[in-house]
Design a protein around this ligand. Structure first.
Ligand code: 5GP
Length: 129
């Protein structure tokens, strides 16, 4: 069965996309720790990040860095935190989280955004890429 993120790639499930190329996609986390919380994923469905081929993994890091730089320009924050977990969705994803405090890296802390706010945040990040 396809992962929920594969369904986002195919357009079966909607997402607030911020960046895309042939191999990778970045979109806003639907249940963000903080405003601007973004997920960077490979289009190829792979369960665990360290199962990726080295070159593919390095390309994901390059893509994530580009998105993180734009994210830091778009969302007021002290810095961008990065995490890889994957306990909920078994499809590689890099969490990029604008940080104000250490608690923003706790996945129990959640921010509520309206659909309009999600669009605004996605547009702000895209404008800095
Ligand atoms: P993890 O697998 O790293 O524990 O967490 C998965 C992350 O994906 C969570 O932060 C969760 O909010 C996010 N997520 C789960 N389902 C969806 C979805 O359908 N759309 C989006 N945009 N994010 C999702």
């Amino acid at each position: 069965m396809s992962s929920i993120f594969t369904k986002i790639i195919s357009g079966e499930i909607p997402a607030y996309k911020v960046a895309e190329n042939d191999d990778f996609l970045a979109f806003l986390d639907i249940n963000p720790n903080a405003k601007g919380h973004t997920l960077c994923i490979p289009k190829k469905e792979i369960n665990k990040i360290f199962e990726m081929e080295e070159e593919h993994y390095l390309k994901l890091m390059k893509f994530s860095r580009e998105v993180a730089i734009a994210l830091e320009k778009a969302i007021p924050c002290k810095r961008i935190g990065m995490a890889v977990v994957g306990l909920e969705v078994p499809h590689v994803h890099v969490h990029l989280i604008p940080l104000q405090e250490m608690d923003d890296m706790r996945f129990s802390k959640k921010e509520k955004l309206t659909p309009e706010e999600f669009v605004e945040v996605a547009d702000a990040i895209k404008s800095k890429l």
